[in-house]
Each structure stands twice: as C-alpha cells, then as structure tokens.
Design a protein around this ligand. Structure first.
Ligand SMILES: Nc1nc2c(c(=O)[nH]1)N[C@H]1C(S)=C(S)[C@@H](COP(=O)(O)OP(=O)(O)OC[C@H]3O[C@@H](n4cnc5c(=O)[nH]c(N)nc54)[C@H](O)[C@@H]3O)O[C@H]1N2
Ligand SMILES: Nc1nc2c(c(=O)[nH]1)N[C@H]1C(S)=C(S)[C@@H](COP(=O)(O)OP(=O)(O)OC[C@H]3O[C@@H](n4cnc5c(=O)[nH]c(N)nc54)[C@H](O)[C@@H]3O)O[C@H]1N2
Ligand code: SF4
Ligand SMILES: [Mo]
Length: 708
C-alpha cells in the first residue's frame, strides 16, 4: 500500500486546536494539541482521544512548548578546530563535510569499528531504525548501542526469556482498571507518569525504599532495602505456594519449568526473606493474600526493581510469581514493565541495539541477516555482528582497540551514565565526538561538532508507547530556519560516505522501509501505516500486513515461544555488587522527580520547571540527618568508591534510615553510581551503591568534586 509522507488532512485536528500530536517526554506519550499563535506563542492542550492520558497532562507536558520558541534552542551547527579551541558557528554542509572527512580518515586508519554510534529511546521509530542501518551500512561498524540499555533492558531480557516476546505492557493500559490488585515493584508513576494514576485505582501494593507519592496511594507499602527485590520475589512465591495460591490448572496448561522453580524457593521462608529485605514477614503474607485472593491481579515493575546488576533475574522472580498465580495472558491480569522514555518501546525494536536488527530480530541469526540485508540491498556477509553494550561501549572509547570517534543522537551520557566522570574522561580521549541535539547539553558542550536538529512538534514520525501502541507524532510548527532533522543528518553523512542512495530524510519513506524490514519479525510493523494510526488512534504491534487488526493482548491464547508455553526460570538471590561497610555505611539510590526529565538537558532549560525543582538534593531520614548534624537545606557531602559530590539535605521520615536518595537530573548523582553490569541485560546498578556521608560546605575541603 502506498504511504503518504505526511498525514492526510482528514485526520488532522480542527485548526483552532492546532496539530494533534504527542508529548516529547515519557513513554505514556500523552496526546496533545500544539498550536502556534499569530504572536509566535505556543499553546498546548491535552487530547482526550488518547486512552493513556484521556485529557490529562503533567507539568512537563503543559510546559513542553517552551523549548520550541526559547533561545535555549540550538539553531546553528558548531565546530572547533581542536580540543583547546571554542565551539564556533559553521554552515551545515561544511559541518557534515568535516565530520565525513574525519570519519573516512579514522576508518581507513583503524578499521570500521573505530567509529561508534550512541542512540536514544526518545528517537522516533524512523530515526532509531535508520540509525541502526546507518551504523551497519554507511559506517560498517558493529559499535552501536543506546541509552535504553540503561532503562528497561533488564525487564526486556526477562520478558523475552519467559514469554518469548518483550512488549512492556502486553495489554492496553486501560486493562489495568480491571485488575482488583496491582503490585508495583520499584515504580513511582505518581511522579514519573502522573496521568498513569488514573488507571491505578485498584488495591495497590508498592515496593519502594521510600514512601513515594505512589506509595501513599497504596493499601500496602513494602519499604524494602535497596537491591533486595529478588529475595522479596522469592519470599512472596514461597508464601504463595505454601498457602495454596498456586494456580495449578494454569501452570499445567500454559507454562513449563514449574518444578525447578518450586524447588528453588523451598528454603525462602518469609523470615529469611525478611532478614534480607527488611520487609516484615507479616507484610509479605498480606501482599500474597491480596494478590492470591483477587480474581484479577497485575504485577508491574519499574526501574527501582530493574536497574540492578541482577535486574533481569529480579524481574524473572516477579514473572515467576505472576506465572504461579496464573496471571499472564488472562484478561485483567498479567505482568508488565512500565517502559520509560518517549519511544522506549519502539526504540528497542528496530536495530539501534548492539545485538539487534529491525523487527526485534537478532543480529546473530542468519535468517534475520538475510532478510534485512535483502531490504537494505547489501550482502548479508557485509553486515557486522554484535557490538558492545552501552556502558562497555562508553568505557572503551579512546582506549587501545576501542572506538576513536562517537556520534551521539538523543542522549546526554555525561550526566546520565553511571560513573559519569570516568565516561566524560573517555569522551575527552576520542579523536572525534559528534553530537546531534536540540540544545547544548553537557555532552554536546564537549563535542568537536554539534549538529542542531529538529524536535518532536517540528516533524512527523511514529512513537511506540508503553502499551506497544504505535502512535503518530505530527509536525505542528515549523522548525527554526537552518535546523535539519536527524534523518537528514544521517542521509547527508551517508551520501558523503558513498551510500546516499540507501538513506532518506523523509520519515514516510523511512517508515515504509521499516515496515518491510520488520515484516515477519517479532515486532512486525508491516501492516501499520500513518493513515491507519491516525484513523485508529494507534495500532498495537505485532500487526503484519494483509488486514491484521493489530495485537492489543499478545498472550491471550498462547505465548510466542516454540511450544506456546511461558517459561518458569529458576533464579537465585545475590547481594548488590557493592554492600555497605564501615567506610561506606549507607545505601545510595537514585531516581526522578516530577518536574525534571532525565539528564535535565531539556527541562533544566524551562523556567517553570526550574522553579518547581531548582536543584539537586539528597533525601534522608531525620535520624540520619541528626547523626550527621544537618537540617533541611544544609550541604551534605556524599562519597562513593567512584567519586564525591555535594547536595542540599532534604529530610523526611518517608525514606528508610539506612538509605539516601538523589535525583540524577543534575550532574553529581552519577559521579557516585556503580557501573557493575547485569550479566544478561548489561544494565548498570543505578539503584544501589554504598556511600559515606558527611556535613558538606567550605569545611569539607578543597574542590567541590573529586573524581576517582
Ligand atoms: N518526571 C519524570 N518522569 C519520567 C522520567 C524523568 O526523568 N522524570 N523519565 C522517564 C523514564 S526514561 C523512565 S525509565 C521512567 C522511570 O520511572 P520510575 O521507575 O517510576 O522512576 P525512578 O524514580 O527511577 O524509580 C522508581 C522508584 O524506585 C525506587 N527504588 C530505588 N531503589 C529501589 C530498589 O532497590 N527496589 C525498589 N523496589 N525500588 C527502588 C525509588 O525510590 C523510586 O521511587 O520515568 C519516565 N518518566
Ligand atoms: N543515576 C541514575 N542514572 C540514570 C537513571 C537512574 O534512574 N539513575 N536512569 C537511566 C535511564 S532509565 C535513562 S532512560 C537514561 C536517560 O538519560 P539520557 O540518555 O541522557 O536522556 P535525556 O536526558 O533524555 O537525553 C536526551 C538528549 O537528546 C536530546 N533530544 C531530544 N529529542 C531529540 C531528537 O529528536 N534528536 C536528537 N538527536 N536529540 C534529541 C535532548 O535534548 C537530550 O540532550 O538515564 C539513565 N541514567
Ligand atoms: S506524563 Fe509523560 S507523556 Fe504525559 S505529559 Fe507528562 S511527561 Fe508528557
Ligand atoms: Mo528510562
């Protein structure tokens, strides 16, 4: 079917509302109308036809227009003659010429893997797809990965292992209302996706070291020790089995491997789980009573349970519990991961991952290579193999045998990567750093060449939200003159490297190719068109060509494993990669606040959001504050084995006595975090490391920062 390169007029919103599109930020992808008025001001109003938000937006959504007009926006390419020189404006073609010349030179001298690419889960499907192709075809490099590795990769690995498919929520978000009980492990959606709370009216059980806004809505809050969710999941499963809550009919009909898992939890008595997790055995029993006694129930995980060096096994522990209770694939029940970034779902399907080809195919699968090479018009033998995972890639930059050039599209790792000072050092060791961004992020500020790109409301494309619903991002306003799209940047560089005919700057053409490349793969988009998305307010993948209706609930009849059964996988608890000791006696965990987004590159440039959340902080219990001799607002020095930073004290009894929390929206938190990686997902341990705390301020010694 032919594809139009812009949505047909019939499906556009009435002119007075502006263009119907979606929020630039998180995976809820709230629907919004964006209009530029005569005086240039941007008006944003929520759409009520999008089920995820149904007329609501959070403060970030309401204020998202500020970066479409403000002068924080990059409008001209910047380049520097050498590392000592300042970034100076240059013409776009001149900048691309310069990048292409240097890439060609580095490749000739050191081979194709000398050039690396780092992508982002905020990029549209079209961009993520073309970025993977650009790396493998135009650059010929295996060295590509993206920030989604830091996000939901553990849940993705666990879901793939258990169900044969990774679709964050394998049901529409509106199904959550049908669950009588919901257990949310390590998610604070009241701050990270406020309109999500409209779907969460159930009896709620929250697992979090802090009594968050979400936990305050809960019937039961399990105030867990960071890094011990796997022991909790094992303890809950032990109770479920001994108290007769196992759904033996479901287990026999729909699963495999139960006996080994039953044996593996036999010694996880609630009292043992209590010793490890700090969660009282009685509270665990209550949680199982609620879940096991409900006709419908859901278990959801967020980053709190997932961002650990055992994140994949932890999610597996919760999936085992869900399977034992007979939840996945039953209407109103199930397991789901609450995906994070705007295109966190689609961005993990179409080939910007180190081990992946489009359609959620594996790059080491000969049939997948043959299919995708056919669509790309290249010899399968010329496609590179798997590359390094995100942290391993960043850690290898500028080392002997590691990449010497890095192209970044849609991430700010100087703030968001673990052990971030070390990563900034690796970036400084490169021969060439190129950053395509909307603003001069901390990472862009280190670059040799900065390429200003168009953003959300200035371009068409598709985004796949946390439900696996493919949505249409529409161009509502014109970009500033002189700014190009990411697709045009890739196509421009590819042309200079001799592959111009294979790349396009037009999202409609790229999406049409993505449909063919994904056809027959697990994430099959071949039956999805811009017109169809507009007419149906989104289409759930898989949606093969030929009139397929799309798949809101992929596990209803069978699981996409070879025998159609879900897999129980035995997993064992292990402590965090770094335990507290006499020198570093407290746990540090990290996460988010409502008014800032991710590395803050976008939201720290928006006045209303800075007013709401002006600076970093370290949240601690009043007893701990008293021990340190600090009160609210006092500077606190936080030191881990990797570095040291200062933050103002925020004192609240809502957090455990032994734990402090820092947001990572400002530089500092990630100077402390531990890059210990999960063996399966390669997820770093963002959510727990050991720290030393002291009163900060001038007396704390010279220099506010110390790198290790
Ligand atoms: N305002 C805002 N919203 C966002 C984002 C943002 O940056 N700002 N980012 C988006 C993205 S990409 C993502 S991934 C999502 C993330 O969404 P969430 O997963 O909801 O966010 P986090 O704050 O990272 O972590 C959630 C909770 O985990 C808890 N936690 C910490 N350690 C542990 C632990 O060991 N076990 C358990 N059970 N809990 C623990 C923290 O206290 C925190 O309250 O949010 C999305 N939405
Ligand atoms: N300590 C700690 N660290 C964490 C986490 C944590 O919980 N704790 N969470 C991790 C998680 S879940 C995530 S997702 C990562 C996110 O961390 P980052 O990858 O740094 O994410 P962002 O800050 O969203 O960076 C996106 C960048 O892309 C730019 N951008 C926006 N739109 C476009 C576009 O269309 N094209 C291009 N080229 N650029 C664009 C933005 O301006 C911004 O500079 O952080 C991780 N880091
Ligand atoms: S919840 Fe997420 S998608 Fe919705 S308005 Fe807020 S940031 Fe945007
Ligand atoms: Mo994320």
């Amino acid at each position: 079917m032919p594809i139009s390169h812009s949505p047909p007029a019939a499906v556009m919103a009435p002119a007075h509302l502006g263009e119907a599109t979606h929020c630039p930020y998180c995976a809820l992808q709230c629907g919004m109308n964006v209009r530029r008025d005569g005086d240039g001001a941007i008006t944003i109003t929520p759409r009520d036809d999008v089920p995820a938000n149904a007329g609501a937006l959070c403060q970030k959504g309401w204020t998202a227009g500020a970066l479409l007009t403000g002068d924080a926006r990059l409008t001209t390419p910047l380049a520097r003659a050498d590392r000592a020189a300042r970034l100076e404006p240059v013409g776009y073609d001149e900048a691309l010429d310069q990048v292409a010349d240097r890439l060609r030179d580095l490749r000739e001298r050191y081979g194709p893997d000398a050039v690396a690419v780092f992508g982002g889960g905020g990029l549209t499907n079209e961009k993520a797809y073309q970025l993977g192709k650009f790396a493998r075809v135009a650059l010929g490099t295996s060295q590509i990965d993206y920030n989604g590795r830091f996000c939901m990769s553990s849940a993705a690995a666990a879901a793939g292992r258990a169900f044969g498919l990774d679709r964050g929520l394998p049901f529409p978000i509106t199904d959550i209302a049908a669950a009588e009980v919901v257990l949310m492990a390590g998610g604070n959606v009241a701050e990270t996706m406020p309109p999500f709370m409209r779907h969460l009216k159930n009896t709620l059980i929250v697992v979090d070291p802090r009594e968050t806004r979400t936990a305050r809505q809960a019937a039961l809050h399990l105030k867990i020790t960071p890094g011990t969710d796997l022991a909790l999941a094992l303890g809950l499963l032990h109770i479920a089995l001994t108290e007769g809550h196992a759904d033996l009919g479901y287990i026999a009909a729909r699963t495999a491997g139960f006996d080994a898992v039953r044996a593996s939890v036999a010694t996880w008595w609630p009292e043992r789980a209590e010793r490890v997790t700090g969660v009282p055995a009685a509270a665990m029993r209550r949680a199982v009573e609620l879940l096991g006694g409900a006709r419908t129930a859901m278990i959801l995980t967020g980053r709190g349970a997932e961002q650990h060096a055992k994140g994949a096994d932890t999610v597996t522990g919760f999936i085992n519990l869900a399977l034992a209770l007979g939840l996945p694939g039953r209407p109103g029940s199930g397991y789901g991961c609450v995906t994070g970034q705007g295109n966190g779902q689609g961005g993990r399907e179409h080939g910007q991952k180190a081990d992946q080809l489009p359609g959620y195919r594996r790059i080491d699968d000969p049939a997948a290579r043959a299919h995708v090479a056919g669509v790309w018009g290249v010899d399968p033998a010329d496609l590179p193999g798997p590359g390094r995972s995100a942290y391993e890639l960043l850690d290898a930059l500028g080392t002997p045998g590691g990449p010497r050039a890095l192209l970044v599209f849609g991430s700010n790792p100087v703030v968001s990567a673990p052990r971030a000072r070390h990563i900034a050092g690796r970036l400084a060791a490169l021969d060439l750093l190129v950053v395509a961004d909307v603003v001069l992020s901390e990472t862009a500020a280190l670059a040799d060449v900065v390429l200003p790109v168009t953003q959300w409301a200035e371009e068409h494309g598709t985004m796949t939200n946390l439900e696996g619903r493919v949505l249409l991002r529409r161009r509502a306003v014109d970009p500033p003159p002189g700014v190009r799209g990411d697709l045009a940047v890739m196509a421009g560089l590819a042309a200079r490297l001799g592959h111009g005919a294979k790349f396009s700057a037009d999202p409609g053409i790229v999406f049409d190719e993505l449909r063919r490349a994904s056809a027959g793969g697990p994430a099959d988009y071949s039956g999805i068109t811009y017109e169809r998305i507009a007419a149906e307010t989104g289409v759930f993948w898989p949606a093969p060509a030929g009139g397929h209706p799309g798949t809101p609930r992929p596990f209803l009849d069978r699981f996409p494993t070879p025998d159609g059964r879900a897999r129980f996988v035995p997993v064992g608890h292990r402590p965090p990669a770094e335990e507290v000791d006499d020198d570093y006696p407290y746990y540090l965990t990290t996460g988010r606040v409502l008014a800032q987004y991710q590395s803050g590159a976008q939201t720290r440039r928006i006045a209303a959001l800075n007013e709401a959340a002006p600076e970093t902080f370290v949240e601690m219990h009043p007893d701990l504050a008293a021990r340190l001799g600090v009160t609210v607002g006092d500077p606190v020095r936080i030191t881990s084995r990797r570095g040291s930073t200062e933050a103002a004290a925020r004192v609240t009894p809502a957090i455990r006595h032994d734990t402090v929390f820092m947001p990572f929206h400002w530089e500092g938190a990630n100077h402390l975090t531990n890059p210990a990686l999960d063996p399966l997902s390669r997820m770093p341990e963002f959510k727990v490391c050991a720290v030393h705390l002291a009163r900060g301020g001038p007396a704390a010694g010279p220099g506010r920062e110390r790198a290790a």
